[in-house]
Design a protein around this ligand. Structure first.
Ligand code: FES
Length: 194
């Protein structure tokens, strides 16, 4: 990925508070621990690091493809920008920018290898049902739905795994079974694959 932060940061120091930045979504910007915190936006030759409020972060994974043109309402803050809202850029404006910027297209996440989706199977039948299998399945699904960092994980309800006494049971993508795990214990086992 290009490292073109300097022009953007220099501009940020002198820019008035609050601007609409129009550019191309490059990819997610992450913390040192790998959590999604915001987005990288290419505006001409400059790349902006923009922090997003929590409620906008899932959109990066579900609705926005790297390379798409967007408009971001943001204001400069310390060494980066902080966004208030993100919307798609109308196609007429996007094609104008495409023409103006020509070869400045960013190296987007779409160019990187796709991440494999990992499936956790949860037994929700028989004894597991009585022992909380449905609740475990629901809690895992909620955790995955609300956390963009778990976009590589899917949750599936299944039938008996022949370990009824120890339920509720689930099976990890590597085939290992967990008995009565908490959602956090199960999700800690599914790290993204590169
Ligand atoms: S009912 Fe869940 S393992 Fe048998």
């Amino acid at each position: 990925m290009k490292t073109l932060h300097e022009p953007a940061l220099a501009e940020a120091r002198t820019a008035p508070t609050g601007q609409v930045l129009k550019g191309q979504y490059v990819g997610a910007y992450r913390s040192d621990k790998g959590k999604i915190k915001g987005m990288l936006l290419q505006v001409g030759a400059a790349e902006y690091t923009i922090k997003l409020p929590k409620y906008l972060r899932p959109m990066l994974v579900r609705e926005l493809a790297p390379g798409e043109f967007v408009q971001v309402w943001a204001y400069p803050e310390d060494d980066r920008w902080r966004a208030i809202n993100v919307l798609p850029l109308p196609e007429c404006e996007a094609s104008l920018l495409r023409q103006q910027w020509g070869d400045l297209s960013p190296v987007v996440e779409a160019d990187r290898p796709k991440q494999k989706r990992l499936c956790i199977e949860v037994c929700t039948k028989g004894k597991c049902y009585k022992q909380g299998g449905r609740q475990l399945h629901g809690a895992l699904q909620d955790a995955v739905d609300s956390n963009p960092d778990l976009s590589h994980v899917s949750i599936k309800a299944t039938g008996c795994m022949k370990a009824c006494k120890h339920g509720p049971n689930l099976r990890l993508p590597n085939g290992r079974m967990l008995h009565r795990p908490t959602p956090a214990e199960a999700l800690a086992q599914v790290k993204p694959q590169s």
